[in-house]
Each structure stands twice: as structure tokens, then as C-alpha cells.
Write a protein that binds this ligand. Sequence first.
Ligand SMILES: [Zn+2]
Length: 378
Amino acid sequence: MAFEVDTQIPHGNACDIEIREENDVAEVSFAPDPHGGPETLWFCLRVRRAGDDPAAGMLRLVLKHHYNMLGGHTPSALRPVIRYQGRAWQRLPQGDLVPLPDGRTDIAWLVRAPEAALDIAFCYPYGVEDVQTLVAETDGIWHVDTIGVSQGARPLLRLSNDYGGPGDQRPGLYVIARQHSGETPGSWVLDGFLRTMAELGSEAPLVWAVPLSNIDGVALGDYGKDNFPYDLNRAWGRPPMRHEVSVFQRDMARWQSRCRPLLGVDFHAPGACETSGVYTYVPDSDTDRAGHDAAMPWAFLTGDALTPEYAADQFARVVHYPSRWDTPSFRTYVWAQLGLPCITFETPYAMAGTQVLTQADYREIGRRIGQGIVAGIK
Ligand SMILES: [Zn+2]
């Protein structure tokens, strides 16, 4: 075979891998690996040219079991990204639907075969190196501190533009991303958000941000949504059900005492089929009127900032999907335990309406969310 597949790479995830060659076309088929969780979505793999076999000119990438991915039943919304070795990531167009005899389908993309290696992922990956790039490109604004470790003993990084101090009155935000580790659009949005806060300098609020909260899942390529033993964003009870959350809760208490705490912000991505644009989750006005009323002004401001290019028509939503976990989230913890509003942003993996999203779009979404929030600080 002229090609081999490697999943032992950062964020690596793929299973059910088959490699075939026919004439001048090689074919690599694969599926996302649940990694022990109940849902699949994230995948990331490297196709490498092996040995001195005659070179195939084209490579057919075949995604299997897309119908089993969370929201994977809408093939037109699935637009993976690829990167030839040493080059930038690029978005694939809509794939070809390949019918199977029993009614199932695969999705296939025909690309130029790599001279050395080609990575394919469900969406643009974002990891520790990207955080380091952000820090390096923002004029030393961000302190980077390890506030604890994950349950897998990986460092948990927290960025801050100001440590504040006891009794300080600078308005403060506590920001988190990647509680569901495969939701990389949330990271690119946070990246743009933090770059904007850096540009604002002393005009910015005090920001403490945990960019890679489920760092074990980020490193290992877990999707991390509803995963076992405990979804990070359902582990926010007291006592918390994951070590990471106990680290964050202590850090948030520290944050709260060193600024004028204003707002919690949590960046996510929705199911794979979502294409209507960015939206937020706010508390249900029927069951939590005060929480709803506290969050809505921030939803209005950020929704306005994202309109018309990026905001979904129905921007402020209430969670109505059936959840496996009925336990506290970051958002409910911020409101119920800290008495502060919190807003959650869901940014689609590939599309906002007909617009195909790039890393630059995600950063622009983060910039606008930052501007919307700053406009609301009194
Ligand atoms: Zn999520």
C-alpha cells in the first residue's frame, strides 16, 4: 500500500479504517471513534505516504457512519478540513453522498494525494500550540498560569490580562472553552475574543480565561460530549464530579475576590447539522425568571454585534434537548452559586446560513462578541 493512517497524533481520532488502491486512486475510509462515550462527532487523522510504492495521484477520503454522529444526518453541513504537510488548513466542499445497498450512506471527497502526508479533521483543530501563538502575538498582555491539573494530570492553563487584587473594582469576566473537547469552533471564537481584549488594553475588563478546560479530551481527540465518566459541563455540583471543575471553582472564587465580577462566558459548538448561525443559551424564563432577565441584556448586545452575518435568527434559546445529565453546568453554577449572569455561545462547525466559516470568521465572531460585551459594561 502506498498510504498508511496514523491516529497517534495530537487530537487524533478515527476507527474502522480501511485503505484500498485502485488504478491511480487510493481510498482511505474511516469513522469517528466514540472513545468510550455515547456520542461521536470529532475525528482527526493523518494519511501518510508509505515506502516507495508507486504513487497514486488522487486520494478518496470516505467518512463512514456519518448518520451515527451527533447531528450527522445532514451531509451538506459536514465540511471537514484538510492540511497537506507544511501547509495551512483548508475547508473541503460538500462531499459526495455514496449510497450503500441497505440504505445507509457514506460521504466521499476526492482530493490530490499528498506527497508526504495529509491531515483530515472534522473542523480546524485548536490546541496548546495555538494558545501559545495567541499569547506570543498579543504583546505580552496575557499572563499564563497553570492553576492545577486535569484528571489525567495535564496542566490546566488560565490566561489573565490582570491579576487584580482584593477589593479591586475593575469589571471582571470569567471565560471558559472546550468543556466538550471536540468543539473546536468555541476555541477559535475565544481566540478572536482574547485578541480583541488584548487590543483594548486598559479599556478591557479584567479577563480570566481557561482556553482548554477539558485538556485530556483535547489532547486525546475525544469528542467529550456526554462522555463517561462525567461530562465536564455536567460536573459543576458541590462537591464537583471532576477534578478539573474543583480547580476551576477555586479559581473562580479567587477571581471573584480580585475584581468587580460581572459575567461568565462559555464557548461551545452545537451538533454537526446546525447551520443557522451563532446562538446563545439563556435560562428559561418560566423556571428561572431572574436568571433569564440577568442574561438577556448580554444576549441582546452580542446578538446585535453578530447580526446580520453570523447570528442565527433565533439567537437566544432555552435548552430543550433531552439531556443524559441533569446535573449543574458552568452556567448554572455561575448563576446559582456566584449570583452572576452567564452566557453560553454555540458556534457551528462549518456554516452560518450559506456562508462557509473559516478560522478568520470564527475570530471575527469572537471579536464581535467581545465588543458586544464591552458595550454593556457600566
Ligand atoms: Zn458543548
